[in-house]
Design a protein around this ligand. Structure first.
Ligand code: AGP
Length: 626
């Protein structure tokens, strides 16, 4: 997600801002920019696509004077990653500049209103709409900037952490937040703003965490009352967006820089596992409307006929994304009754597949850069198929080649082992299957409504599963000796078994295989021994009774079973050696809950083994080579 940094005080702002952007690089981004007001009262904005280093190179010969400025790393949500869409954004008059982390959901309505007032826009971003709205409000309501920011934010629906500069007031810095984090650092005669404390911690340990719908006003005007005795020049005030004064609450920073980048978690992977309730909420926002019992997926709505007329859907992906595709096969065939093939991209691209013009090809890729998946859809496109991609990186190669798609919007996934992207892919694919099925009439309205309502419950239900983290960490210790694992599941949870096995393999280096539970009798049961733990995904749905029989067959041969069951399970919990319970839900949504304990089990085993969880040996986050 985006990162924001701001500075006002006694020092040159530029080096502090650039260093702050480097501190925020771990958040993932695709462009960067900085705005400065210099001693001549000029407001200079510099932006560059790509890394912060490219912004620095661009600024090398520029006027970077000034002791007030704001800077931004952009994780694209609206509009391609390029210099036009990069922040900061000027207002129409170029008197104001803004940076923003978040998503303004009603930006299109606000933009249309400003266009009617004659405003024009250079970028595709929601952020530019906000700075124009602030300027429009100030000019038309004849109010100061502080009030204009309040009035503008009262009209905004969505999430924001913003910072605003006004070249006519070079001694003032205004910032606000709702839904996206914002921290203020209090120095001696200087103030810092940032998305989190990492850009601040080296200058001060005195911080104020801004709360939702609060605005902070910092002024270095010598006539302003000092913020604190002995603080030196500079005042700081906080109000709500409705102008209710708030008392700033100063806290002392305890965390180290490294811990701060991980949000206090020991590894990015654990942070991302625990982010899933929020990231799935973000991923469904504006798409799953439980109150209206409806799913609105623009990529489907704009291409309805292609899906309704599809004779076949081919899903192509790699690794974890392929597992998400396998789950989608069950959902699409059950709800939309369209034949689905799930292909490993590396095989699909070379095996001379039969591809027809009325085929729909769905590419799934977190990075949007996996070479085999990109090549697979280029092949399918050359044969006239319709390409729909589900990616997490806006503007990546795969979405750019696709005819349409759906972004998962879970923010950058830093851990090499994919977790939050996987659950978001499953949600996106389930939403697509539901939309097609409802439109085709192959999915009953009652079943559709039950699943939509249940989708709204999933983030809270994942939260409940995450509550078992400590227990899973404890019993994970007993399995670090194992050389091999088998993971079993049936139906929607067969791909979950494969995903759980992959998680363990890639971060703990323990060999593991995922199988359909019934396949045990066709060979793998010969492997059963006390030394090889068997993980069985056995929620109370589908062919549950068959899975119970499979567990009994394993126990009869002295196998040790770790079972993932539905809360209140009476049968499996009596025969398995270890049981992890997940809340009940619709069968097609069980993977969103049953995968969580498997993510945590793999993580804790790897940690006990001392493995490099975030950057496992031999692996890359994005396999951009064949
Ligand atoms: C998943 O934990 C792995 N890191 C890997 O299998 C990954 O899913 C695969 O490389 C596909 O990546 P993509 O989703 O970015 O295309």
């Amino acid at each position: 997600m985006c990162g924001i940094v701001g500075y006002i005080g006694k020092r040159k702002a530029y080096p502090i801002l650039i260093k702050g952007l480097h501190r925020l690089e771990y958040r993932g981004y695709d462009s960067a920019g900085v705005a400065l007001i210099n001693e001549d009262g000029q407001l200079n904005v510099y932006k560059a696509k790509g890394k912060v280093a490219e912004l620095e190179a661009f600024c090398a010969e520029k006027d970077t004077r000034g002791n007030i400025g704001i800077a931004h790393t952009r994780w694209a949500t609206h509009g391609e990653p390029n210099t036009v869409n990069a922040h900061p954004h000027y207002s129409e008059s170029e008197r104001l500049a803004i940076i923003h982390n978040g998503i303004i959901e009603n930006y299109a309505v606000l933009k249309a209103g400003l266009q009617q007032e004659g405003y024009t826009f250079k970028s595709e971003t929601d952020t530019e709409v906000l700075v124009q709205l602030i300027e429009y409000t100030q000019l038309n309501r004849h109010v100061d900037l502080k009030t204009a920011v309040q009035l503008a934010l009262q009209q905004v629906i969505g999430a924001y952490a913003i910072a605003v500069l006004d070249k006519d007031h070079p001694d003032t810095l205004i910032a606000a937040r709702k839904g996206s984090p914002l921290v203020v650092g209090i120095g001696e005669g200087e103030y810092f703003l940032a998305s989190d404390a990492t850009p601040i911690v080296e200058y001060t340990d005195q911080v104020i965490y801004i709360e939702d719908e609060e605005i902070v006003y910092i002024s270095m005007n010598p006539n302003s009352p000092p913020f604190r005795e002995g603080q030196g020049v500079g005042s700081l005030d906080i109000t709500t967006i409705n102008n209710v004064a708030k008392t700033p609450e100063i806290k002392r920073l305890e965390l180290s820089l490294s811990q701060l980048e991980k949000g206090g978690y020991p590894h990015f992977m654990l942070k991302e596992i625990f982010e899933q309730p929020r990231t799935l909420t973000d991923s469904m926002r504006g798409r799953v409307n439980v109150r209206q019992d409806n799913i609105a997926l623009s990529g489907f709505i704009d291409n309805k006929e292609r899906f309704l007329n599809a004779k076949r859907i081919i899903i192509t992906a790699c690794g974890t994304s392929w597992h998400a595709g396998l789950i989608a096969m069950y959902a699409i065939e059950e709800f939309a009754q369209i034949p689905v093939e799930v292909e490993y991209s590396s095989e699909f691209r070379y095996r001379k597949p039969v591809i027809n013009k009325d085929d729909v090809v769905i590419a799934i890729s977190q990075s949007g850069e996996t070479a085999d998946t990109l090549a697979a859809i280029q092949l399918a496109k050359s044969k006239g198929a319709f390409i729909f991609s589900i990616c997490n990186v806006v503007g990546a190669s795969i979405p750019r080649v696709s005819d349409s798609g759906c972004y998962t919007h879970v923010g950058p996934e830093i851990g090499v082992a994919s977790t939050k992207a996987f659950t978001a892919q499953v949600v996106a694919l389930t939403m697509l299957a539901l939309c097609i099925g409802r439109e085709k009439g192959t999915l009953s309205e009652e079943h559709y409504l039950n699943i939509v309502r249940e989708l709204g419950q999933i983030p809270d239900k994942i939260e409940r599963v995450l509550g078992q983290n400590k227990r899973i960490a404890d019993f994970a210790k007993t399995f670090t000796y194992a050389q091999n694992f088998i993971y079993l599941g049936r139906g929607y949870n067969f791909p979950v078994a494969m995903e759980g096995a992959l998680k363990l393999k890639e971060i703990s280096y323990i060999h593991a295989e995922g199988y359909p539970a019934a396949e045990m009798k066709h060979g793998p049961i010969a492997l059963i021994s006390q030394e090889m733990p068997v993980v069985v995904v056995a929620p109370h749905c589908g062919t549950y009774e068959k899975v119970v029989s499979n567990i009994q067959e394993i126990k009869a041969r002295k196998g040790r079973v770790i079972a993932i069951v539905t809360e209140g399970d009476k049968l499996v919990s009596k025969i398995a050696d270890y049981v992890i319970e997940v809340p009940e839900t619709e069968e097609c949504l069980t993977p969103l809950l049953t995968v969580i304990p498997l993510q945590l089990l793999a993580y804790h085993i790897a940690v006990v083994k001392g493995c490099d969880v975030d950057q496992p040996r031999n692996l890359a986050k994005s396999v951009t080579v064949e």
